[in-house]
Design a protein around this ligand. Structure first.
Ligand code: DCM
Length: 131
């Protein structure tokens, strides 16, 4: 069976990367992630990403490029990550998160990222540093 996709965004603005602290479920609460969520039936990953970031953070974004790779989550799910440009809005933790932080190029290790997000965060941090 094909794994279902969870999309997440390495959202950047002004040379900083957005990190979001999960408030649920209990086993993930307090850890930081690249915000995103599950594809709905018929959605393309980029569409799902734009929708999830609108719902969770109240912002409009534009997916830019896929970060190569795919990372297993729980059974039946894989994580795909896109870089995304913030178009408008000031991100607020509307759903699923209780804190947000913008991380500069030297701060990307400053939060306790979910294990499964770390490879994509490392690549996003590299892109942030190298432009
Ligand atoms: N998830 C993750 N890393 C992300 C985004 C999501 O590991 N950057 C996981 C957490 C959930 C599942 O994907 O188990 C679905 O996410 P959500 O609950 O945000 O829809």
């Amino acid at each position: 069976m094909t794994d279902r996709v969870v999309v997440a965004g390495a959202v950047y603005s002004g040379g900083r990367l957005l990190a979001a602290r999960r408030s649920a479920p209990e086993e993930l609460a307090g850890r930081w992630e690249l915000p995103g969520g599950k594809l709905e039936p018929g959605e393309r990953p980029e569409q799902a990403l734009v929708r999830e970031l609108r719902e969770e953070l109240g912002v409009e974004t534009e997916p830019v490029a896929r970060i190569p790779g795919e990372w297993p989550l729980g059974p039946g799910y894989v994580l795909q990550v896109w870089t995304a440009r913030l178009l408008s809005g000031d991100p607020r933790p509307l759903e699923d998160h209780d804190e947000l932080r913008w991380l500069g190029p030297d701060e990307t290790d400053a939060v306790d990222w979910l294990d499964q997000d770390r490879p994509a965060v490392a690549e996003a941090a590299r892109l942030l540093r190298d432009g």
